[in-house]
Structures are given as structure tokens and as C-alpha cells.
Design a binder for this molecule. Sequence first.
Ligand code: C2E
Ligand code: MG
Ligand code: MG
Length: 555
Amino acid sequence: MNANELSKVNALPASELRQRIAQFDVVAVGIVAAAIILFVGIGGTVFPQILRAVSGEGTGPDRSLTSALLLNIALVIFSWRRQRMLTLEIAERRKAEAQAWILAETDPLTGCFNRRSIGDATDRLVSTARARGEEVAFLMFDLDNFKRVNDVNGHAAGDKILREIAARVTRAMPAGALVARLGGDEFALVIPFDPAHPQRIEELAETLIKMAALPVEVDGALLQTTISIGITRSNSNQGGEPAQTLLHMADIAMFHAKKQGRNRYYWFEDSMEAELRFRAELEAGIRRGVSLGEFVPHYEQQIEIRTGKLVGFEMLARWKSPTAGEIAPDIFIPIAEEIGLISELSESVIAQALRDAREWDPGLTLSVNISPIQLRDPWFAQKLLKLLVEANFPPSRLDVEITESYLHENLGEVRALIASLKNQGISVSLDDFGMGYNSLAQLRTLPFDRIKIDRSFVSGLSGSGDSTMIIQAISTLADGLGLPITAEGIDSESIQNQLKDLGTFKGQGYLYGKPENSDQTRERLSQLGLLLKDALPAAAKASNLPTLDANRRSA
Ligand code: C2E
Ligand code: MG
Ligand code: MG
């Protein structure tokens, strides 16, 4: 029996059924005792009479007393047998009771407490710890990327990892602590501790992180996983159900640990709750905004640096939330990815951008960013093709930007996707080059058409000489591979001039202008004479899109 099971037994209150069984025991024992007393009473009269009759001194026992004695003996035997049967039945019932309790209160996979039982057990532990002058730390953790482990290695491997992690954690627990599996890959630990030494809990959290990271052997393969832990303590709890509140706070802290990069622990802080509320509002806002078409494309100019000629635009999504105001894509894109709305959001802004761009001069290209989630969608290339066909936009003018830092996760899938995009005539750029883990390896194995040097290197040109050397090296490498380069984040004349000296680049940045909305872009293009002749003015376009489409079809 492990620590967890022991504490379960200790924590079990006397049940009503036990009380009833105990009352029943008393009645049965009472009957047997009364029968024995009667037997002794009657026997005390009858047996001497029998003895006297045997020795020839008397006439024999009284017949009615003898019958009563025999009846009494039968009653004792009957009561004794009944008592035995009852004892056996009660033992069986207690066993079944205990089994039912185990099924209802424990997790069948790991043998730990389950979500239903941990609440009451925590409440009891909190009150006993308080009575001893101790506090209770409530830790919640889950396995990082467990879904991926399950997807790649199968559910049997996932189950083995869960059992092994539960066993390791249980071994590391001090006496009196509780371990629960809340469901899926989520666990809770409830640990009494001396409030003068909270660092013991931190040491324990560090040990758990190390223990969880040790490999687990599954069918000869060594699988590894990490955990993220959220911690809170019973004294910081104000009102409400203690266990519920502790769980809620630990959950928030765990979420924070995940966001900070996983494989670590965090104590709960009040500010985390505010952050979480803001995030929940953003999530709701994104859901509503996607369905109401609140996400719109803006366009950043792309310039041929040597000549200053405008050659195309990068589309960047913009969102003005009716409640929270303008929110940057660095914030809403990751959230849309997490809540599963990135494809819908992205397809909506790309469709709008294709409609806008078909009114531009045919020499101008359109670059769009796509998320790593979309890279994993086997239908992505088809979806994009459908949008191109619907907008009647030539694939050769479209450029898809793939951010470098995510490529190492799924190289095979990305290679297949790039191949199918290129088959359709779409070109593919490697965005934010230099920020990924193995940039050079990727450049050789993936057939990109262009690389975009990350903004951090370009803006570094205004500082130390390191950036100049890096850009020079990238330029030589790209030349060797026959890849053209775009430099992002050119925000001063001096950076532009240095780039002119370093090679033949395309460039974009605030020096040429900040991203502009559809109407502003049309205005700019109209002034440059780069708007198709049959494109209507912006105001007319807004009120008269179908007419424009009709013109285009008849042209
Ligand atoms: P990115 O694709 O690298 O886009 C360039 C970012 O740098 C843009 O920020 C742009 O406004 C900013 N930028 C351009 N020139 C300068 C400059 O001279 N100085 C400074 N300080 N910044 C400059 P933005 O629009 O906030 O976008 C951030 C990131 O969000 C983008 O990085 C891209 O990865 C992502 N993103 C934007 N729109 C979409 C979208 O529709 N789908 C997806 N999946 N990601 C998007
Ligand atoms: Mg980009
Ligand atoms: Mg970029």
C-alpha cells in the first residue's frame, strides 16, 4: 500500500452503513447471550434432576423443563449458525463496499485519487494540517505536449507514461501527502508543510520536474516528457470551498508556467488571474471578430532597394477589437492558433487581400504569412488554390511566408507542402531567417524561393559591426544557393544605404511606410499609376463591388 492509499484509508470517515452493521451485530449477540443465560438457568434445574434420576434417587427431570431445555439448545445452535452466516455476509459486504469505494474514488489507470474524491480529501487535509499549525501546498501539473506523445506513439504508450509519472511522483511525496489524477494528463498533489519553510515545496517541485523528465521505456524505445507545475498554498485562500479555490489558483499558475516556456513551476499570484481574465476576453473577442469579419488586411510596401521601385506588398492582419481597441498580431495570432481559429482567420484576410490585389498592377506581388498550424493542414494547398480561383488571382503573383522558428518540428510535412505550393506556381519565402534553430540545414533541404532576414539583424545595422557581418554571411550563403533576399525592418536611410553596399536586396520597413489599409494602399497605387484602369475609386468600390466583378468578367 503506497502513501497515497494509506492516507486514503486514514481519511475515510465511519460510514452510515458501518454504523448500521454494528447495530445489527449487537442485536444478534444479544439474542445469543439471552439464549445462553436461559440455557444456564433451565440447565441448572434440569441437569441435577437428570443426575439424581441416573443415580436412582429421583423420578427424572420435569418433562416440560426438559422440552424447554432442548428448545433452548436448538435456539443456541440456530443463533450461533445465524451469527456465523451474518458475520460472513457482513465481511463480504464490507469487501464489496471497499471495492466500490476504490472504484468510485480512485483513478483506475494510476490508482491515485480521482477528480471527484480529491476535493473532500483536500478539505480534510487542510483542516487537520491547520490544527497542527501546518499549511497545505496544492500543486497541479500536466505533461507538456502529451497530446503529441499520444498521437505519435499511440494511447498505450501514453498510458504507460502516465502510470510511470504517477508512480515516480507518489514515491517522491512526503508522508501524509495526496496524489490525484484529475483527468487526461493532469495531476494534483496536496502536501502538508511547515509554513516557515516554503522552500521545501520549491525543492520538491524541482525534484518532480527532474524526475518527470527521465525517459520512460515503451516497447524498447525511450520516450521523454516534461511537466509544468502551478503551486498555491492554503493560507492564501480567501473564502469559498478551500479545495475548489486551491485548484483554481494552481490551475492558473500552471497555465502561466506553460506560457513561460513549460518544464518549470510557478507560484500563483493575483496578477495571473487578471491576465487570464484579459485572455478569456480576447478569446471571446477573436471568436466574435472572426465571424463578424473584424480582421482586415493591411499592406506593407516591398521595395527594390537599389532602384527604390515598389515591387509588391506583404499583407499583415489587423484587428481593432470593439472592446479592447487595436490588438497586435503578435498577440491575437498565437491565441487564434490555440483556440483553433487561425485557419478561418487567415483564410478570411487572405481572401480579402486577393480581392484587393487583383486591382493592383499585375507586376506587383502579394506576400501572405501563414501559421505553423496551417502547415500541418494537408488540405492547405487546396484551400489556397480555391481562394486564388475564387479571386481570379494568378498564383505566380502570390508569395507564402513561412516562419523559420517552427520548421524543425515537422520538416517532412513542410517539405511536402512547399512542393505542392510550388507545383501550383506559388512562391515560398522563409520568414524571420536567422531566428530558428537550424537555419542552414533547413535552407539546404527545403526548396524555398527567397529568404527574409529577420528584423533584429537589419535594425542591428545601426549599432555594432556584428549585424553587418551576419548579413554579409547570409548574403554570401544565399548567393551560393541562388536565393534572393528580402531585408525586413529598414527604418532609416543609413540602414538602407548599408544594405545597398552589402548586396542586391528587396527591402521593407517603416522608412518606406507603415502598413496601410486597403483604401490607403489603393490611393498610393493610384498616385503611382499602378492601379488597374478599370478599378473603381475606393468609395465606389465599397458600394459597388458586384459591378466591378461584372466589368472584370466581361473584360
Ligand atoms: P512578420 O511577418 O515578420 O512581419 C513583419 C513585422 O514587422 C510586422 O509586424 C511589421 O509591421 C513589422 N515591421 C515592418 N517594418 C518594420 C520596421 O521598420 N520597424 C519595426 N519596428 N517593425 C517593422 P506586425 O504587423 O505586428 O506582425 C507581426 C507578426 O505577426 C508578423 O511578422 C507575422 O509573423 C505575424 N502576422 C501578421 N499577420 C499575419 C497573418 O495574417 N497570418 C499569420 N499567420 N501571421 C501574421
Ligand atoms: Mg512575414
Ligand atoms: Mg518577418
